[in-house]
Design a protein around this ligand. Sequence first.
Ligand code: CDP
Ligand code: MG
Length: 695
Amino acid sequence: MSQFWKPGSEKPRLLDDEEGGVLFYSASASSSSGFGYSNIEKQRQRLPVYKYRTAILYLVETHATTIIVGETGSGKTTQIPQYLKEAGWADGGRVIACTQPRRLAVQAVASRVAEEMGVKLGEEVGYTIRFEDLSKTGVTMVKFLTDGVLLREMMDDPLLTKYSVIMVDEAHERSLSTDILLGLLKKIQRRRPELRLIISSATIEAKSMSTFFQTSRKRRGLEGEESGPRTDPAILSVEGRGFNVQIHHIEEPVPDYLQAAVSTVLSIHEQEPMGDILVFLTGENDIDAAVQLLNEEAQNNGKHSSGLVVLPLYSGLSRADQDLIFSPTPRGKRKVVISTNIAETSLTLEGIVYVVDSGFSKQRFYNPISDIENLVVAPISKASARQRAGRAGRVRPGKCYRLYTEEYFVNEMSAHAIPEMQRSNLVSCVIQLKALGIDNILGFDWPASPSPEAMIRALEVLYSLGVLDDDAKLTSPLGFQVAEIPLDPMISKTILSSNQLGCSEEIITIAAILSVQSIWVSARGAQRELDEAKMRFAAAEGDHVTYLSVYKGFIQSGKSSQWCYKNFINYHAMKKVIEIREQLRRIAQRLGIVLKSCERDMEVVRKAVTAGFFANACCLEAHSQGGMYKTIRSAQEVYIHPSSVLFRVNPKWIIYNSLVSTDRQYMRNVISIDPSWLMEAAPHFYRQQRNPIAS
Ligand code: CDP
Ligand code: MG
């Protein structure tokens, strides 16, 4: 087993050992030795978490679960895995895992840690995100991965035997996958007492997490006290070194947070001393718009904005753009990073002195009554607002400008966000647990219980998809095959149906394209040109078929970036599509799907989509103005999104891929269908509806 504190050195001081297993340590003397540290080594030692190195290693050695709470930027993510490796937790072919809810964070921290360790990314330090594996079995010792990927790994190795320590990072985010993972890890711990868990986060109700991991049985063998770790969790809190942040609220509510954010940036630039600015908006669209507004300002009105370097930060970003975010600001310039809430706690940017907080983020909401899940721009919680403000105090005292009133902050904002588990569609969650052999899902030990209604809805959909049988067990082979494909079960079912329909090549292309954010370049100010470009590919059947022509064009152009540029297509997204498509082909072949093209027969493509997405069928309201549709499932009012090629075309029967909600519920990626296919695809599902298909 690993040794960590140097013989003869002081044992960390214990403040509160027995009370519910809560331990606090004061920083003990550093255990470093040697001389001639490189710059990087010095930087590492300056991080707040360094003072707790010995304490952390001691707790991990002696406790099955250690909960570490520490301010963002204190070094939890980048340092703790390295400490564990230095202490020997990766010896003998074992691997240290560190999970993140976000793909971009996985890539960014892995490359940072590889750099700090002076190794090539993908060797000793690697990462795995869906469709991208930069790790080597037998070589990689520290592996960063999304929590979703770790869940997938459980399908092949249910006890995750190759890992010695699993650090579940950013646990305060309470993402759906994090919660499922925590529930499963608790089970694994019982079978693998030697496994160590670290739950780490920026803010967390450490007590409730600790209660969750408290096992009722006090110790595993009573007499075997020395042989295994204590099963009650330890809690360690890392004191940060954040500077004071002055908070400014707006006096009157703003009608347009985007515009307000842009003018706030400009006035900071005009009036405040040097220091970078971090702006929190909600997603790719408003971020790109803000970037463009600021750049236009620079062109038209140079004196307000000269010296600004404006950069977007969101998950679809290419590696090159990510690197720009982390590179130091050029002398005499001021960097403005406009970000989603990824910069709230997952990533730390050096040099931020000013934060502009819109008060919003994109959040997932699910209504089990209507069975509708969508992404909504919604107010953040007080906890998030505090985190965002904290980003301004990294290097020196900073300022945070909130684009909402103090009254609103105090009286309207909720204290904490609701765990995603309680506001998500649970179809993917249920199928994953089923695939892991967990049958009593309602009785599963969750960190936060999902609603029974949502669970029942999920079971219903999976039953209709033919994935679960009457006893709610995975069907064979379909259920197991659907679970095997790392995509939403509805897409997976579409892929499997394409096998019988003879259009697997086309459906795999569509699945790959639906896996990237958008293949179009966002074109503010050039909307007309973008629409014209789209028209060159547009197919009467809808977006899915349109994507097939884009893909074909891209391949025929020899995968040319020039061609993409000319056609308003995002070249990086298309390269990603090619990669994902290749992986999906491999998975399909492994599942025995015959790769076959249907050539020009688009009817089978539409039928395959129907086989997976029948639950998302909608019908145009006969006498409605302005293209109102109703979902067949629950008669919800929905509209075709303006980005769809079927916008204003409004065919009578359509199926959508997903919903986004702004002023209305908009359907993204729609395809026209024949209603008779619905009964064919899911007789059970549609028999019970008072359905308009019959009328
Ligand atoms: O996880 P936590 O928020 O506690 O901190 P961290 O992500 O480990 O970051 C520790 C330090 O590493 C911060 O000062 C970051 O600025 C730095 N870092 C960096 O410079 N580049 C990265 N890609 C990641 C972290
Ligand atoms: Mg972190």
